[in-house]
Design a protein around this ligand. Structure first.
Ligand code: ADP
Length: 317
């Protein structure tokens, strides 16, 4: 999937209007096929996350920004479906609390960045401080205008110290937002999500787009690039983001930590402790697991298992 066209090139100036929120050009198949693809990607992400956690070496930060109803929550749910909650965390940033307000705006952010072996997803982020804060004039321009550089420096620090950063702007348009608000007021299970204040924010759409455009142009860097994801179609948004995440995790070239010395001795010892039936069950489970997670398990594991089984059959014969 050639998703580079959604990446904001740090060397070029972009305009949001040039990104079509409706397009789905990188996937030719039907919606149901996209669902199958997402399931496959979920399996791969699950296996890669397991390695990330096991290896305990890399840190991964995924930042998601969008207008109201843009689909932040839905994206997180869909892309991380099935992933072991151990080692993955969502940090949501709302209106700052008094304690947060008493500090610089990056104080609360830095506390939530991922540790080794962890994936952290930011649902809103430091970028609120150049978006809502700018649009509503919560601090003077002299203050917010310096923040782009500060955020770049902050993200460079994280990247230099070994954090992989991905930033997604979920690009919906005004019509799609109206439809999604409507869905909230029409669906009794979704009315709780509807906040009349959001309609006031909607009137500031043009100002928000200006703020987003500046953010994308000033803070897309080599070490922390922005992707403008077409997000009117939820299924498309999900497969594009899941693909970028899968590829990024794969790019970390992770492996499983080395086993303890003398593994063979322990293997024999433990095999001797169980009945042949239990041994078969364990091996069946391992094979099922490997199948489910694709080709990501260590090379040779399958062959090693087969060789052992052949040896056992020979022993029994
Ligand atoms: P969400 O819309 O993310 O599901 P909420 O409805 O609680 O969650 O909205 C969170 C609100 O907090 C948003 O309106 C957002 O603009 C606001 N917010 C986040 N960060 C800041 C900030 N630094 N300063 C002011 N408002 C902020």
């Amino acid at each position: 999937m050639k998703y580079d066209k959604y990446r904001v090139d740090p060397k070029k100036k972009i305009e949001i209007k040039d990104f079509d929120p409706n397009e789905s050009s990188l996937f030719e198949g039907k919606k149901s096929e996209a669902r199958d693809l997402l399931r496959e990607l979920n399996g791969e992400i699950e296996a890669l996350q397991e390695q990330l956690y096991a290896e305990g070496k890399h840190r991964v930060l995924v930042i998601i920004q969008a207008m109201d109803t843009g689909g932040k929550d839905g994206t997180i749910r869909a892309v991380f479906e099935g992933v072991n909650p151990q080692g993955v965390r969502v940090a949501s940033f709302k209106v700052p609390t008094p304690i947060e307000m008493a500090h610089d705006y990056l104080w609360r952010i830095h506390q939530q960045t991922p540790g080794k072996g962890e994936i952290v997803i930011f649902n809103r982020s430091q970028y609120e401080d150049v978006l809502v804060v700018r649009v509503h004039g919560l601090v003077p321009k002299a203050v917010w205008s310096k923040r782009y550089e500060q955020i770049n420096a902050f993200e460079k620090l994280l990247a230099d110290e070994g954090t992989t950063i991905l930033k997604f702007y979920l690009n919906i348009d005004l019509d799609e937002q109206a439809a999604r608000f409507l869905a909230r007021v029409e669906d009794p299970t979704k009315t709780w999500k509807f906040n009349p204040g959001d309609l006031e924010e909607r009137k500031l759409w043009a100002q928000y787009m200006e703020a987003y455009e500046d953010m994308l142009n000033k803070t897309s860097t080599e070490q922390a690039p922005w992707y403008v994801i077409p997000a009117n179609k939820k299924w498309y948004r999900n497969i594009v983001i899941a693909t970028i995440l899968r590829d990024t995790l794969k790019g970390l070239k992770m492996g499983y930590p080395a086993p303890p010395a003398d593994l063979e001795t322990y293997r024999r010892l433990l095999r001797g402790m169980v009945s042949p039936e239990v041994l078969d069950e364990v091996h069946d489970d391992i094979r099922d697991d490997h199948k489910k997670e694709g080709l990501l398990k260590p090379k040779g594991a399958e062959a090693e298992l087969e060789a052992y089984l052949a040896m056992r059959r020979a022993d029994e014969a």
